[in-house]
Design a protein around this ligand. Sequence first.
Ligand SMILES: NC(=O)c1ccc[n+]([C@@H]2O[C@H](COP(=O)([O-])OP(=O)(O)OC[C@H]3O[C@@H](n4cnc5c(N)ncnc54)[C@H](O)[C@@H]3O)[C@@H](O)[C@H]2O)c1
Ligand SMILES: O=C(O)C[C@H](O)C(=O)O
Length: 317
Amino acid sequence: MAAKEPMRVLVTGAAGQIGYALVPMIARGVMLGADQPVILHMLDIEFAAEALKGVKMELIDAAFPLLKGVVATTDVVEACTGVNVAVMVGGFPRKEGMERKDVMTKNVSIYKAQASALEAHAAPNCKVLVVANPANTNALILKEFAPSIPEKNISCLTRLDHNRALGQISERLGVQVSDVKNAIIWGNHSSSQYPDVNHATVKTSSGEKPVRELVQDDEWLNGEFIATVQQRGAAIIKARKLSSALSAASSACDHIRDWVLGTAEVCFSPCVLFGIWLIYMQPFNTEFVDHREHLFPWVCTLMVHTVCLLVLSTPSQ
Ligand SMILES: NC(=O)c1ccc[n+]([C@@H]2O[C@H](COP(=O)([O-])OP(=O)(O)OC[C@H]3O[C@@H](n4cnc5c(N)ncnc54)[C@H](O)[C@@H]3O)[C@@H](O)[C@H]2O)c1
Ligand SMILES: O=C(O)C[C@H](O)C(=O)O
């Protein structure tokens, strides 16, 4: 079989801590598959230009077989040109005691400028994932300033919250995290989110069972569980004095991989109509959107896009 053409993947803020965790994952095929060559486009600001050069050196030194090229630049047009996937990490993280909305003034202006460059120079049908906080608001700004990028191609990272919910259930029940599925995160990537396990199940030796039935502790599910997922970002900042990075990078890979390739469950079991539920935040969508066309050839997966009217009415998070 002929080798695939490389896909160009942009990571903004690539010299930062998420960027440093994320680019090797992409170069190893974690995001787009073990047979998909990639060309990495890394953007950062002048202040971080030397650090960015260092990241490029390390990528070369790691000799990733799938990595077919590296563009490391402070020029937004060069960074955006021809990219098929854009992971927008560039921006400032909050510090202990702050809410995500407190970095809005600094970060929102970044998304206006970068939206225009993406709109003008990215590949047609480029898929965009906004990671920098406040992620929902930044995605909304990006969409406003890149009107020709289809709305359905602009998303922001809630997969981290989704994965956190799975992790908490797996810890509580002592089961493999891969056996827990169909958790939903409603609302913003903020402390106002609502982690919902009412439809979540766990694969057991006697078939799939509802999470509520197995946990048998509604008080925990309705209280501590929700608060833990809502506040996990703050807990990590308190512990590390830095915000989450490896889990954010890994969840960004999960988000793009399942968006582009479909979910593993459906690969193995194509008769399952509602495969794993994936919640991709789109602050501007006001209805569930069926994105099966993205998942070819695993067309059976339904991707549920959450309703985010709340964000429209309250852009601050
Ligand atoms: N959505 C999520 O689940 C999630 C999870 C973790 C972190 N975050 C957010 O991601 C962002 C990045 O976090 P981090 O820990 O990597 O921060 P960081 O400070 O380590 O790195 C950010 C990088 O962005 C660069 N940058 C700043 N302005 C830029 C611009 N205009 N263009 C390109 N690059 C620019 C900085 O120079 C820096 O290298 C923060 O806003 C953080 O809050 C979101
Ligand atoms: O909490 C933060 O500020 C970082 C990130 O949004 C997270 O959830 O870990």
